[in-house]
Design a binder for this molecule. Structure first.
Ligand code: NCD
Length: 318
């Protein structure tokens, strides 16, 4: 059994045993929720979210409450970070108020690690720039392993997984790739050269600039949103979504890479469809596929709470 970790900052560099320890802790939350309902009673978890979030922040809040803890939020738009206070100063002030853990989302890659190096309490990375989103990676692997019957061994050998879309801007893809490949899955990153550059091969994946030939051999397909806000010219409020300069046009992107009902029909019957959310329906994924029988997208959301309960419990108990 690996020793208890101090923080959860990323999945890259975790061993298969480390990953399995997180997944088994999650399964325990699933099977024996009654064991944990007062585990963190009297403690306060702080969510420091300097970037927008719906699912992840609420999921951490619900996870904390299910363990009997309170959760407080400091959101970017209301914090003194806007007055020039550094992330580290903010984190240390909140720590000084007596919280038991800091959940950090920030625009800068490496922000959670930087904060972790300057505080005593556990830090959980809830997404740092284009770098990592470890709880999303764990909930993706947990959901996939359960859906495909690998949840006793947590061994994904022989499974073929495609991650499709905006890989270069995606911290979810980086965490997914780390966990999936460490547990033995064969991963192909699919997108245009701008979104899925050949250099991704250094992460132990294949890279493909076409989707259709892969479809009949897949066990799981993870669709990603084009992260318009991470490129130079995000659409203004109310304005139609512009194509970032890495894609020629949204229409052309759809023609090549969207998971339409016609493409989904080419997947093997057991193949599952995943998406970390938020979905841009009608761009990367059609509504009938997102809501169809292959979709495990809402199971991902449900499992996200369990993963975050396991993460808070393991780190705060340690
Ligand atoms: C992702 C994120 O913020 O990195 N969403 C999430 O946490 N569920 C992916 C995205 O924004 O596209």
């Amino acid at each position: 059994m690996p020793s208890a970790p101090r923080h959860l900052l990323g999945l890259q560099h975790l061993s298969p045993d480390d990953l399995r320890a997180w997944l088994r802790a999650t399964a325990s939350m699933h099977q024996h929720p009654e064991r944990y309902d007062r585990a963190l009673a009297g403690k306060v978890v702080a969510n420091l979210f300097f970037e927008d979030s719906t699912r992840t922040r609420l999921s951490f809040t619900i996870a904390a409450k299910r363990l009997g803890a309170d959760a407080i939020d400091l959101l970017g738009s209301t914090s003194s970070v806007n007055k020039g206070e550094t992330l580290i100063d903010t984190a240390r002030n909140i720590e000084a108020m007596g919280v038991c853990a800091l959940v950090v989302r920030a625009r800068q890659s490496g922000a959670a690690s930087l904060i972790a190096s300057r505080v005593q309490v556990p830090v959980l990375n809830a997404g740092d720039g284009k770098h990592e989103h470890p709880t999303q990676g764990l909930l993706d692997v947990y959901t996939l392993a359960r859906a495909l019957g690998r949840d006793t061994t947590w061994d994904l050998s022989g499974l073929r997984v495609a991650i499709v879309g905006d890989i270069s801007a995606s911290r979810v893809a980086r965490s997914d790739i780390a966990a999936l490949t460490a547990l033995g899955a064969h991963v192909t990153c699919v997108g245009s050269p701008g979104l899925a550059p050949r250099s991704l091969a250094s992460l132990g994946v294949e890279v493909s600039h076409t989707l259709d030939p892969l479809l009949p051999s897949l066990d799981a397909i993870i669709m990603l949103r084009i992260q318009f806000e991470r490129y130079d010219a995000p659409p203004a409020a109310g304005e139609a979504k512009k194509a970032p300069n890495v894609i020629a046009s949204v229409r052309e992107y759809r023609e090549q890479f969207a998971l339409t009902a016609a493409r989904a029909a080419l997947l093997p019957p057991h193949c599952i469809v995943m998406h970390p959310g938020p979905i841009n329906r009608g761009i990367e994924l059609d509504a009938e596929v997102a809501d169809g029988s292959r979709s495990v997208i809402l199971q991902q959301v449900t499992n996200g709470v369990l993963v975050r309960m396991a993460a808070l419990h393991r780190l705060v108990q340690a």
